[in-house]
Design a binder for this molecule. Structure first.
Ligand code: BES
Ligand code: MN
Ligand code: ZN
Length: 496
């Protein structure tokens, strides 16, 4: 998508020559109330804005968008009141983000908008505004909706113009990285397959001076990447391993990112049911997120060294496909007995994790649409976060702070024995369905080098919205967990 242009407003919002002005509303006991920032708009209505909104049925509840014509009281034709719900103390960043998203989502026919939500929280308003305006229309002959072109942002009272410009720049880059990840996920699997995905990733990386290494099937064979090859050879589109390295200024820490890049998951010989199989176009969301994140880190010049190691394969059933019963020798030499070809993510990831650990990273963060069990355990909006205890909790805390959401989950010791294999070092699945998300994490742990702080983010549900859009979350690819990854990197840059 093309993101709207955002600029800090130079004139008061009541003078803005725009199509619409976005203001915030909140729920306060009796009814709707204005959030800070709406004062000048209210003044243009002689202080009767809450009465008017209330007449229109506004309550200020979260997700609500009420539009009010200005009838010449302001240069803008419309006031758009976006609900933020109940406020307990301060309005939270996530309230601002969601309201901003809901507002721009409803303004697809406006070209130019001014928002006052940015005076409450500039960073959150920018993210919400850009992400709410996100559209993926590349495959429509005639896109139904127009694209928001320009947004004027009212400045917060705190901080000076220089701070505001820096915040605008960072928040815009983060939102655009989320949009990049969404674009990858929304690109259909006939156009996004390992070779084309690798090329698109390389182009983005090169544009910001990030080093690119692509291993094709020949190089993968030579290197002994048995997991990626085993999963990938059922498809006519051969697998890839992409490595993107960003070396930031004064880098003190080295971070390895790994993301699952299954460009389509049929399940392979252990084929999935037809119903909703098309959703498996999203099975490269982890890859999309880590690619977008290194590119973002380079744009914002994080003082870190970051390498994204991204295995890409298409899991297809065919005469050449790997089978239940096969034993694969993974990169690094561990052997895995395949009991179910639909547990393919962990196989390509193990190769990638072992490769990533060869660089001796200070931290390893891996993210994947790894298990349906994530959805069973935590629902559609909460990632499961596993790994080494301390780092896992740190990542989970940050995931919650960004508004993406995530919950620390255990790697129960007893599950390891359930992955024992009759033939090989381990089996790719347990013989039961208990704790499926955790069992996948236990499998991955076998491939992380001893002592490396690591986190595994299972984003199977949250990375792909199969329902209606809400807040700043579009349907289809959501771009999770880009903002969590970016915030963890920023935290490592600041605190080690
Ligand atoms: N890509 C799927 C997981 C998935 C499910 C992602 C739903 C997004 C939404 C993964 O490769 C898979 O098929 N996992 C199996 C594992 C099982 C065979 C142990 C699953 O979850 O059923
Ligand atoms: Mn699968
Ligand atoms: Zn999969």
């Amino acid at each position: 998508m093309t993101a709207p242009k955002l600029a800090l407003a130079t004139a008061p919002v009541s003078e803005a020559t725009v199509d619409a002005i976005v203001i915030g509303t909140v729920q306060n006991g009796a009814g709707v109330a204005l959030a800070p920032g709406g004062e000048l708009v209210d003044a243009a209505f002689d202080g009767s804005l809450t009465d008017l909104l209330s007449t229109l049925g506004a309550t200020g509840k979260a997700g609500e968008v009420v539009k009010l014509p200005t009838l010449g009281k302001l240069p803008a034709a419309l006031v758009v009141a976006a609900g933020m719900g109940k406020v307990d103390g301060d309005i939270t960043a996530e309230q601002v983000r969601r309201a901003s998203g809901a507002a721009t989502r409803s303004l697809s026919d406006s070209k130019r908008v001014a928002t006052t939500l940015s005076s409450v929280d500039l960073h959150a308003a920018v993210e919400g505004t850009v992400l709410g305006a996100y559209r993926f229309t590349g495959y429509k002959s005639e896109p139904k909706n127009g694209q928001l072109a320009k947004v004027d942002l009212a400045s917060p009272a705190e901080g000076d113009a220089k701070d505001h410009r820096a915040t605008l720049k960072a928040a815009t880059a983060i939102a655009e990285a989320v949009a990049t990840a969404r674009d990858f996920v929304n690109t259909p699997p006939n156009d996004l397959f390992p070779a084309s995905f690798a090329e698109k990733a390389a182009a983005l990386a090169k544009a910001v001076g990030v080093d690119v290494e692509i291993l094709d099937e020949k190089a993968l064979r030579k290197g002994g990447f048995g997991g990626i090859l085993g999963v990938g050879t059922g498809s006519t589109r051969q697998p890839r391993l992409v490595r993107l390295t960003y070396k930031g200024p004064k880098a003190k820490k080295k971070v390895a990112l790994v993301g699952k890049g299954i460009t389509f998951d049929t399940g392979g010989i252990s084929i999935k049911p037809a119903l909703h199989m098309e959703q498996m176009t999203s099975d490269m969301s982890g890859a999309a997120a880590v690619i977008a994140t290194v590119v973002l880190a380079a744009k914002l010049k994080y003082p870190l060294e970051i390498t994204a190691t991204v295995p890409m394969a298409e899991n297809m059933p065919s005469g050449a496909a790997y089978r239940p019963g096969d034993v694969l020798t993974m990169y690094g030499g561990k052997t895995v007995e395949i009991l179910n070809t639909d547990a393919e993510g962990r196989l390509i990831l193990s190769d990638a994790i072992v490769r990533a650990c060869e660089d001796n990273p200070d931290y390893l963060i891996e993210t994947s649409t790894l298990t349906g069990a994530q959805l069973v355990a935590l629902g559609t909006r909460t990632c499961g976060i596993m790994g080494s205890d301390e780092f896992r909790d740190r990542v989970a805390g940050i995931a919650q702070a960004t508004g993406e959401g995530g919950w620390a989950m255990p790697l129960p010791e007893e599950l390891r024995a359930d992955l024992d294999s009759r033939l090989a070092d381990l089996a790719n699945v347990t013989g039961h369905r208990w704790g499926g998300m955790l069992a996948a994490g236990v499998f991955l742990r076998e491939f992380v080098s001893e002592g490396t702080p690591w986190a595994h983010i299972d984003c199977a549900g949250p990375a792909y919205n199969t329902g209606e859009p809400w807040g700043y979350t579009s349907s289809g690819g959501t771009g999770l967990p880009v903002r969590t990854l970016a915030a963890v990197l920023a935290d490592i840059a600041a605190n080690g």
